[in-house]
Unconditional design. Structure first.
Length: 363
Protein backbone atom coordinates (compact mmCIF):
# COMPACT_ATOMS: atom_id res chain seq x y z
CA UNK A 1 0.00 0.00 0.00
CA UNK A 2 1.10 3.56 -0.66
CA UNK A 3 3.12 4.67 2.42
CA UNK A 4 1.37 8.03 2.36
CA UNK A 5 -2.01 6.35 2.73
CA UNK A 6 -0.64 4.20 5.53
CA UNK A 7 0.51 7.33 7.32
CA UNK A 8 -2.89 8.94 6.76
CA UNK A 9 -4.66 5.94 8.25
CA UNK A 10 -2.29 6.00 11.19
CA UNK A 11 -3.23 9.56 12.00
CA UNK A 12 -6.92 8.66 11.78
CA UNK A 13 -6.15 5.79 14.14
CA UNK A 14 -8.20 3.53 11.87
CA UNK A 15 -7.37 -0.09 11.08
CA UNK A 16 -6.61 -1.01 7.49
CA UNK A 17 -7.65 -4.34 5.94
CA UNK A 18 -6.30 -5.97 2.80
CA UNK A 19 -8.72 -5.52 -0.14
CA UNK A 20 -10.33 -8.43 -1.94
CA UNK A 21 -8.78 -9.61 -5.26
CA UNK A 22 -11.64 -7.94 -7.16
CA UNK A 23 -11.14 -4.69 -5.30
CA UNK A 24 -7.34 -4.86 -5.84
CA UNK A 25 -7.87 -5.24 -9.60
CA UNK A 26 -10.29 -2.32 -9.65
CA UNK A 27 -7.85 -0.12 -7.74
CA UNK A 28 -4.98 -1.08 -10.03
CA UNK A 29 -6.96 -0.25 -13.17
CA UNK A 30 -8.03 3.05 -11.68
CA UNK A 31 -4.48 3.97 -10.64
CA UNK A 32 -3.12 3.24 -14.12
CA UNK A 33 -5.68 5.60 -15.63
CA UNK A 34 -5.25 8.44 -13.18
CA UNK A 35 -3.71 7.75 -9.76
CA UNK A 36 -6.12 9.20 -7.21
CA UNK A 37 -4.77 10.40 -3.92
CA UNK A 38 -7.03 11.38 -1.09
CA UNK A 39 -6.91 14.81 0.48
CA UNK A 40 -5.26 13.26 3.52
CA UNK A 41 -2.62 11.66 1.34
CA UNK A 42 -2.01 14.97 -0.40
CA UNK A 43 -1.46 16.54 2.98
CA UNK A 44 1.06 13.88 3.93
CA UNK A 45 2.79 14.25 0.57
CA UNK A 46 3.13 17.96 1.22
CA UNK A 47 4.50 17.18 4.66
CA UNK A 48 7.02 14.82 3.13
CA UNK A 49 8.67 17.75 1.37
CA UNK A 50 8.37 20.14 4.30
CA UNK A 51 11.19 20.58 6.86
CA UNK A 52 10.21 18.47 9.84
CA UNK A 53 10.90 21.30 12.26
CA UNK A 54 8.10 23.36 10.67
CA UNK A 55 5.39 20.70 10.61
CA UNK A 56 2.37 21.61 12.72
CA UNK A 57 -1.27 20.64 13.00
CA UNK A 58 -2.21 23.62 10.84
CA UNK A 59 -0.52 21.94 7.86
CA UNK A 60 -3.25 19.28 7.95
CA UNK A 61 -6.27 21.40 8.84
CA UNK A 62 -9.29 20.87 6.63
CA UNK A 63 -7.86 18.00 4.61
CA UNK A 64 -9.27 14.99 6.40
CA UNK A 65 -6.64 14.46 9.11
CA UNK A 66 -8.06 14.35 12.61
CA UNK A 67 -6.66 17.58 14.04
CA UNK A 68 -7.37 16.39 17.57
CA UNK A 69 -4.61 13.82 17.22
CA UNK A 70 -2.10 16.58 16.45
CA UNK A 71 -3.25 19.05 19.09
CA UNK A 72 -4.14 16.81 22.02
CA UNK A 73 -2.16 17.42 25.24
CA UNK A 74 -0.96 13.84 25.16
CA UNK A 75 0.51 14.27 21.70
CA UNK A 76 2.14 17.57 22.59
CA UNK A 77 3.66 16.33 25.82
CA UNK A 78 4.65 12.74 25.13
CA UNK A 79 5.07 12.11 21.43
CA UNK A 80 6.59 15.09 19.59
CA UNK A 81 9.70 13.16 18.57
CA UNK A 82 7.60 10.18 17.45
CA UNK A 83 5.50 12.47 15.26
CA UNK A 84 8.59 14.11 13.75
CA UNK A 85 10.14 10.69 13.16
CA UNK A 86 6.97 9.59 11.38
CA UNK A 87 7.18 12.60 9.08
CA UNK A 88 10.84 11.81 8.40
CA UNK A 89 9.92 8.25 7.42
CA UNK A 90 7.01 9.40 5.26
CA UNK A 91 9.22 11.92 3.51
CA UNK A 92 11.84 9.24 2.82
CA UNK A 93 9.26 6.71 1.62
CA UNK A 94 7.29 8.98 -0.67
CA UNK A 95 10.07 10.04 -3.04
CA UNK A 96 9.12 8.57 -6.41
CA UNK A 97 10.89 8.51 -9.73
CA UNK A 98 8.15 10.75 -11.18
CA UNK A 99 8.47 13.46 -8.52
CA UNK A 100 11.38 15.94 -8.55
CA UNK A 101 14.27 14.50 -6.58
CA UNK A 102 14.71 16.35 -3.25
CA UNK A 103 17.78 18.54 -3.02
CA UNK A 104 19.82 19.80 -0.08
CA UNK A 105 17.60 22.88 0.08
CA UNK A 106 14.52 20.67 0.61
CA UNK A 107 15.65 18.93 3.81
CA UNK A 108 16.24 19.99 7.39
CA UNK A 109 19.97 20.73 7.51
CA UNK A 110 22.23 18.69 9.75
CA UNK A 111 24.62 21.57 10.29
CA UNK A 112 24.52 25.35 10.29
CA UNK A 113 21.51 27.67 10.24
CA UNK A 114 18.20 25.88 10.79
CA UNK A 115 19.70 22.61 11.99
CA UNK A 116 18.46 20.92 15.17
CA UNK A 117 20.80 20.34 18.08
CA UNK A 118 22.88 17.18 17.91
CA UNK A 119 20.83 15.09 20.41
CA UNK A 120 17.72 15.60 18.26
CA UNK A 121 19.62 14.68 15.07
CA UNK A 122 20.90 11.57 16.87
CA UNK A 123 17.38 10.54 17.90
CA UNK A 124 15.93 11.14 14.44
CA UNK A 125 18.73 9.17 12.76
CA UNK A 126 17.85 6.24 15.02
CA UNK A 127 14.11 6.65 14.29
CA UNK A 128 14.70 6.84 10.54
CA UNK A 129 16.71 3.63 10.55
CA UNK A 130 20.25 4.82 9.80
CA UNK A 131 22.33 1.65 10.13
CA UNK A 132 25.56 1.06 12.01
CA UNK A 133 28.44 -0.71 10.25
CA UNK A 134 31.27 -2.05 12.36
CA UNK A 135 34.64 -1.27 10.80
CA UNK A 136 35.47 -4.99 10.61
CA UNK A 137 32.44 -5.54 8.33
CA UNK A 138 33.32 -2.74 5.93
CA UNK A 139 35.61 -4.60 3.46
CA UNK A 140 32.99 -7.23 2.62
CA UNK A 141 30.17 -4.68 2.49
CA UNK A 142 31.84 -2.52 -0.17
CA UNK A 143 33.43 -5.39 -2.09
CA UNK A 144 30.81 -5.03 -4.85
CA UNK A 145 31.02 -1.38 -6.03
CA UNK A 146 27.82 -1.77 -8.09
CA UNK A 147 25.75 -2.63 -5.02
CA UNK A 148 27.23 -0.34 -2.33
CA UNK A 149 29.08 2.94 -2.51
CA UNK A 150 31.58 4.07 0.15
CA UNK A 151 31.43 7.86 0.51
CA UNK A 152 34.16 9.82 2.32
CA UNK A 153 32.50 13.02 3.55
CA UNK A 154 35.71 14.78 4.66
CA UNK A 155 36.74 18.03 3.00
CA UNK A 156 38.48 17.58 -0.34
CA UNK A 157 41.88 18.76 0.97
CA UNK A 158 41.96 15.94 3.51
CA UNK A 159 40.69 13.35 1.00
CA UNK A 160 43.46 14.32 -1.42
CA UNK A 161 46.07 13.83 1.32
CA UNK A 162 45.10 10.19 1.85
CA UNK A 163 42.09 7.98 1.24
CA UNK A 164 40.77 4.43 1.63
CA UNK A 165 39.80 2.80 -1.68
CA UNK A 166 37.17 2.38 -3.05
CA UNK A 167 35.84 5.53 -1.36
CA UNK A 168 34.66 8.49 -3.41
CA UNK A 169 34.71 12.00 -2.02
CA UNK A 170 31.50 13.98 -1.53
CA UNK A 171 32.38 16.59 1.13
CA UNK A 172 29.68 17.45 3.63
CA UNK A 173 31.46 20.70 4.57
CA UNK A 174 33.04 23.07 2.05
CA UNK A 175 35.12 26.26 2.41
CA UNK A 176 33.05 29.27 3.43
CA UNK A 177 32.25 31.28 0.27
CA UNK A 178 32.76 34.46 2.31
CA UNK A 179 36.48 35.17 1.87
CA UNK A 180 36.76 37.18 5.10
CA UNK A 181 35.23 34.44 7.24
CA UNK A 182 37.28 31.79 5.49
CA UNK A 183 40.44 33.83 6.15
CA UNK A 184 39.70 33.78 9.89
CA UNK A 185 40.20 30.02 9.71
CA UNK A 186 43.51 30.48 7.92
CA UNK A 187 44.64 32.88 10.65
CA UNK A 188 44.08 30.29 13.38
CA UNK A 189 45.60 27.50 11.27
CA UNK A 190 42.42 25.63 10.36
CA UNK A 191 43.14 23.52 7.31
CA UNK A 192 41.06 24.83 4.42
CA UNK A 193 39.79 27.79 6.48
CA UNK A 194 36.36 28.04 8.09
CA UNK A 195 33.77 25.83 6.44
CA UNK A 196 30.01 25.67 5.94
CA UNK A 197 27.52 22.92 5.09
CA UNK A 198 27.77 21.87 1.46
CA UNK A 199 24.63 23.28 -0.23
CA UNK A 200 24.98 20.71 -3.04
CA UNK A 201 25.66 17.63 -0.91
CA UNK A 202 22.50 15.65 -1.67
CA UNK A 203 22.66 16.39 -5.40
CA UNK A 204 26.37 15.53 -5.63
CA UNK A 205 25.94 12.24 -3.81
CA UNK A 206 22.93 11.31 -5.94
CA UNK A 207 25.02 11.92 -9.08
CA UNK A 208 27.78 9.62 -7.76
CA UNK A 209 25.24 6.89 -7.02
CA UNK A 210 23.67 7.19 -10.46
CA UNK A 211 27.04 6.82 -12.17
CA UNK A 212 28.35 3.96 -10.03
CA UNK A 213 25.50 1.81 -8.70
CA UNK A 214 23.50 -0.73 -10.67
CA UNK A 215 20.22 0.02 -8.88
CA UNK A 216 17.33 1.46 -10.87
CA UNK A 217 17.29 4.59 -8.73
CA UNK A 218 20.16 6.22 -6.86
CA UNK A 219 18.09 6.18 -3.68
CA UNK A 220 17.75 2.36 -3.79
CA UNK A 221 21.47 1.61 -3.40
CA UNK A 222 23.48 1.04 -0.23
CA UNK A 223 25.22 4.27 0.83
CA UNK A 224 28.00 3.88 3.40
CA UNK A 225 29.30 7.13 4.88
CA UNK A 226 32.71 7.45 6.52
CA UNK A 227 34.86 10.16 8.05
CA UNK A 228 37.68 10.37 10.59
CA UNK A 229 35.50 10.43 13.71
CA UNK A 230 32.81 7.90 12.80
CA UNK A 231 30.18 8.76 15.40
CA UNK A 232 27.91 6.36 17.27
CA UNK A 233 24.14 5.84 17.25
CA UNK A 234 24.36 2.97 19.74
CA UNK A 235 25.40 5.30 22.59
CA UNK A 236 23.32 7.98 24.26
CA UNK A 237 24.38 11.51 23.19
CA UNK A 238 25.31 14.29 25.63
CA UNK A 239 22.03 16.05 26.37
CA UNK A 240 23.08 18.46 29.13
CA UNK A 241 25.19 21.59 28.80
CA UNK A 242 26.51 23.22 25.66
CA UNK A 243 29.82 23.41 23.85
CA UNK A 244 30.81 19.92 24.98
CA UNK A 245 32.60 17.49 22.73
CA UNK A 246 30.32 14.54 22.02
CA UNK A 247 31.90 11.30 20.83
CA UNK A 248 28.60 10.24 19.26
CA UNK A 249 28.58 13.21 16.86
CA UNK A 250 30.16 13.09 13.39
CA UNK A 251 29.88 14.59 9.93
CA UNK A 252 28.89 11.16 8.62
CA UNK A 253 25.80 11.06 10.82
CA UNK A 254 24.82 14.64 10.04
CA UNK A 255 25.08 13.76 6.36
CA UNK A 256 23.04 10.57 6.91
CA UNK A 257 20.35 12.68 8.57
CA UNK A 258 19.93 14.66 5.36
CA UNK A 259 20.12 11.68 3.00
CA UNK A 260 17.33 9.78 4.76
CA UNK A 261 15.08 12.84 4.46
CA UNK A 262 15.95 13.02 0.75
CA UNK A 263 14.64 9.49 0.16
CA UNK A 264 17.78 7.35 0.31
CA UNK A 265 16.54 4.06 1.69
CA UNK A 266 19.68 2.30 2.96
CA UNK A 267 22.06 4.77 4.60
CA UNK A 268 24.82 3.49 6.86
CA UNK A 269 27.77 4.96 8.76
CA UNK A 270 31.03 3.34 9.86
CA UNK A 271 31.42 3.14 13.63
CA UNK A 272 35.10 3.76 14.28
CA UNK A 273 35.50 5.79 11.11
CA UNK A 274 38.61 5.75 8.95
CA UNK A 275 40.96 4.78 11.82
CA UNK A 276 38.85 1.68 12.41
CA UNK A 277 38.78 0.81 8.71
CA UNK A 278 42.57 1.00 8.46
CA UNK A 279 43.79 -0.21 11.85
CA UNK A 280 41.07 -2.73 12.75
CA UNK A 281 39.73 -3.94 9.39
CA UNK A 282 43.13 -3.82 7.67
CA UNK A 283 41.92 -1.80 4.68
CA UNK A 284 44.82 -0.20 2.78
CA UNK A 285 45.14 3.55 2.41
CA UNK A 286 46.70 5.40 -0.49
CA UNK A 287 48.35 8.80 -0.68
CA UNK A 288 50.02 10.29 -3.74
CA UNK A 289 51.29 13.26 -1.75
CA UNK A 290 52.43 11.64 1.49
CA UNK A 291 52.49 7.92 0.69
CA UNK A 292 56.27 7.41 0.75
CA UNK A 293 56.68 9.40 3.96
CA UNK A 294 53.84 7.60 5.77
CA UNK A 295 55.17 4.22 4.61
CA UNK A 296 58.63 5.17 5.90
CA UNK A 297 57.16 5.99 9.32
CA UNK A 298 55.59 2.53 9.49
CA UNK A 299 58.77 0.83 8.25
CA UNK A 300 60.90 2.54 10.90
CA UNK A 301 58.62 1.63 13.79
CA UNK A 302 56.97 5.08 13.99
CA UNK A 303 53.43 3.94 13.37
CA UNK A 304 52.16 6.05 16.28
CA UNK A 305 53.47 9.20 14.59
CA UNK A 306 51.90 8.17 11.30
CA UNK A 307 48.54 7.66 12.98
CA UNK A 308 48.83 11.00 14.81
CA UNK A 309 49.55 12.89 11.58
CA UNK A 310 46.74 11.20 9.65
CA UNK A 311 43.93 11.06 12.18
CA UNK A 312 44.61 14.41 13.90
CA UNK A 313 44.76 16.28 10.56
CA UNK A 314 48.37 17.37 11.18
CA UNK A 315 49.81 16.73 7.72
CA UNK A 316 51.06 20.13 6.47
CA UNK A 317 49.05 22.11 3.97
CA UNK A 318 49.60 25.61 2.53
CA UNK A 319 46.36 26.80 4.14
CA UNK A 320 47.96 26.15 7.55
CA UNK A 321 50.85 28.51 6.79
CA UNK A 322 49.22 31.87 7.70
CA UNK A 323 48.25 30.54 11.10
CA UNK A 324 51.65 28.97 11.74
CA UNK A 325 53.47 32.16 10.77
CA UNK A 326 51.13 34.33 12.83
CA UNK A 327 51.41 32.15 15.93
CA UNK A 328 55.20 31.98 15.56
CA UNK A 329 55.37 35.77 15.40
CA UNK A 330 53.24 36.13 18.55
CA UNK A 331 55.33 33.67 20.57
CA UNK A 332 58.56 35.27 19.34
CA UNK A 333 57.36 38.70 20.47
CA UNK A 334 56.31 37.36 23.89
CA UNK A 335 59.71 35.68 24.31
CA UNK A 336 61.58 38.83 23.33
CA UNK A 337 59.55 40.86 25.83
CA UNK A 338 60.13 38.32 28.60
CA UNK A 339 63.91 38.39 28.15
CA UNK A 340 63.91 42.13 27.33
CA UNK A 341 65.63 41.50 24.00
CA UNK A 342 66.39 44.82 22.36
CA UNK A 343 64.56 46.65 25.14
CA UNK A 344 61.20 45.22 24.07
CA UNK A 345 60.40 44.17 27.64
CA UNK A 346 61.17 47.64 28.99
CA UNK A 347 58.99 49.25 26.35
CA UNK A 348 56.15 46.86 27.09
CA UNK A 349 56.41 47.50 30.85
CA UNK A 350 55.98 51.22 30.25
CA UNK A 351 53.30 51.10 27.56
CA UNK A 352 51.28 47.87 27.86
CA UNK A 353 48.79 47.72 30.76
CA UNK A 354 49.31 44.64 32.90
CA UNK A 355 52.64 43.71 31.28
CA UNK A 356 54.46 43.97 34.61
CA UNK A 357 52.39 41.09 35.96
CA UNK A 358 54.63 38.63 34.12
CA UNK A 359 57.71 40.52 32.83
CA UNK A 360 60.91 40.01 34.90
CA UNK A 361 62.13 43.48 33.90
CA UNK A 362 59.59 44.97 36.29
CA UNK A 363 60.99 43.14 39.33
Amino acid sequence: MNPILNASLLFHNEPSFPPSPHESARRLASSLASPPISASANAMATAAHTPAASLTASAFRGVGVDRRVMTSPRCRSTTPMRVVALFDKVRAATVSSKAPAPMSADVTPGQGAGSPKWPEIHDRCVAMGVKTVDASQLPSLVADPRRAILVDVRQTIEFDEWRVPPAVNVPYAVPDPNVVRRAVGYAISIKGGLKVRNPEFVQSLRAECESRLSTRRAEDGVVVLIDTKGGDLTTEPVRQGSGQLDATDSQSLRAAFELRQAGFKDVRYVKGGLPGAIEDAGMPYESKKWGDFLAWLDATGQGDRRRLLMYSRLLPDPTNLPGVVGQLAVFTLIGAAYYDAGGIGTWAANNVPGACSFLPVCL
